[in-house]
Design a protein around this ligand. Structure first.
Ligand code: GLU
Length: 448
């Protein structure tokens, strides 16, 4: 694939650029409507027919690609070389942590010619970029994927769980997984179900700004994650990200109770219907959860890595056509997670379709689209009716964790009764014993 083919340009723009033998990064002269523009060709994101160049002033300009436009290449772009920094020396007395990279912003860098973000850093590059890690742990690195997290699938969760389990069986003191933030909470839930009886922590970590930007949150998050993986007293799947917008502290959220809540803030991840397990500030770990599974290197991990991807998430909304539910049943889906309203409701117009689904052995579960709080399907008739059709209420699990759990349960067994029993069991802290009012404080400090 030429660089132009991966550049995002289509149609007339692609044709003009190809005729002039241009690649991303080349210097172009474009003439349109009697005016001439010079600048570096940058990749095209999203829809549109314009050719985008970065001008000397630093501003980008889009010139509509029409038959009248003339494109000339006046300079060849040089592909910037990323020189991986020298790896810091290992200190034998420190805990042994493996950093696996899967992709995403944390493992990306900015191409300063064009402003594009590229997935380019290996776990070992990350280690080089944050040399402070050498004072926290003996770090081994491994590239598992180089994928934006929206492109990961349940098959990737399976492989990742198997890779992590292998390293843990070899005796590492903790595992860190660098991951894109978009679907990091789905992966943290998936690993929480797949990796049971963990002897040591497994910590996912991401960043909202790539690690080579001065404003990056990657270093603070990585330091918090590696510190927790190597030394924290708990042995669970956690997710480490900024506590607030400033670079002061990292919180480690429980893998099944965390959600991405903001498109761009550094403190985008929040523990929902639960508290973070711990906080790392100035290299000090403070436990913030009442209960957790203790680190015990002698414990034997139980690997249950399979997921069934024939599971659908259906968001209820006024006017939802019940044919949507029938569609999944007809297509052979084994589970449907209903994102119900309020305490756990969907319209009575969907009742017959739900009855048809459960009668066919499809496991139908329900989590609330309110996100915060707990479903209670005994309060109103609607909830009671749904219960009588066999719908499984997912208590205070929010829909994304509920979806992953349903995929996992149906990955363990094809028997709907057994899958329902697994769904109802508290496997990885996904159910909280009681729902706290949101304003209640953390056990140690602060609010949620
Ligand atoms: N969408 C990409 C991903 O989730 C980049 C965003 C990020 O890492 O935060 O991998």
């Amino acid at each position: 694939m030429s660089e132009l083919e991966g550049s995002g340009y289509k149609g007339k723009a692609f044709q003009l650029l190809q005729q002039a033998d241009c690649s991303v990064g080349d210097i172009l002269k474009i003439t349109s409507k009697g005016k001439t523009y010079e600048g570096i060709l940058i990749p095209r994101f999203g829809e549109g027919v314009a050719i985008i160049i970065k001008m000397k002033s630093g501003y980008n300009i889009g010139i509509e690609a029409t038959t009248e436009v003339k494109v000339e290449k006046i300079g060849k772009g040089t592909v910037p070389k990323f020189e991986a920094p020298q790896l810091p020396k290992q200190k034998p007395s420190l805990p042994h942590v493996v950093i696996m990279s899967t992709g995403g912003t944390i493992a990306s860098r900015v191409d300063y010619r064009t402003g594009a973000v590229r997935s380019a850093m290996s776990a070992s590059d990350l280690y080089g970029v944050v040399p402070e890690l050498a004072d926290i742990a003996r770090v081994d690195t491994e590239i598992v994927y180089s994928i934006y997290s929206e492109n990961l699938t349940p098959q990737n969760w399976t492989e990742l769980a198997q890779t992590v389990a292998k390293r843990i069986e070899q005796g590492v003191d903790g595992v860190v997984i660098a991951h894109g933030t978009d679907t990091m909470a789905y992966t943290s839930a998936a690993l929480s179900f797949a990796l049971q009886n963990l002897p040591v922590p497994v910590i996912l970590v991401g960043a909202q700004r790539s690690s080579d930007r001065p404003s990056s949150d990657a270093a603070t998050n990585l330091i918090g994650a590696v510190k927790a993986a190597g030394e924290a007293p708990f042995a669970e799947v956690g997710l480490a990200m900024h506590e607030t917008v400033s670079d002061i502290a990292t919180v480690i959220h429980r893998g099944t109770k965390v959600r991405k809540c903001h498109t761009s803030r550094r403190d985008t991840f929040k523990s929902v219907n639960g508290f973070p397990i711990a906080k790392v500030q100035n290299l000090q770990i403070t436990i913030t959860s009442d209960s957790y599974q203790k680190r015990d290197p002698k414990r034997k991990i139980t690997l249950k890595p399979h997921f069934n991807d024939k599971v659908a998430l259906v968001k209820f909304h006024p006017g939802l056509d019940p044919a949507v539910i029938d569609f999944y049943v007809e297509k052979g889906f084994k589970g449907i997670l209903l994102e119900g309203s309020g305490l756990g409701h969907v319209s009575k117009f969907c009742f017959d379709a739900i009855k048809r689904a459960t009668a066919k052995g499809v496991v139908v579960a329900l989590a609330s689209q309110c996100i915060w709080g707990r479903v209670d399907m005994n309060v109103y008739d609607t909830g009671r009716d749904l219960l009588s059709f066999g719908v499984v209420p997912l208590e205070d699990m929010f829909p994304e964790t509920g979806l992953v759990k349903l995929m996992w349960a149906l990955g363990q067994t094809s028997d709907p009764k057994e899958a329902t029993a697994l769904l109802k069991a508290n496997v990885a802290g996904e159910y909280s014993p009681r729902t706290l009012p949101q304003e209640e404080k953390l056990p140690n400090e602060g609010g949620n």
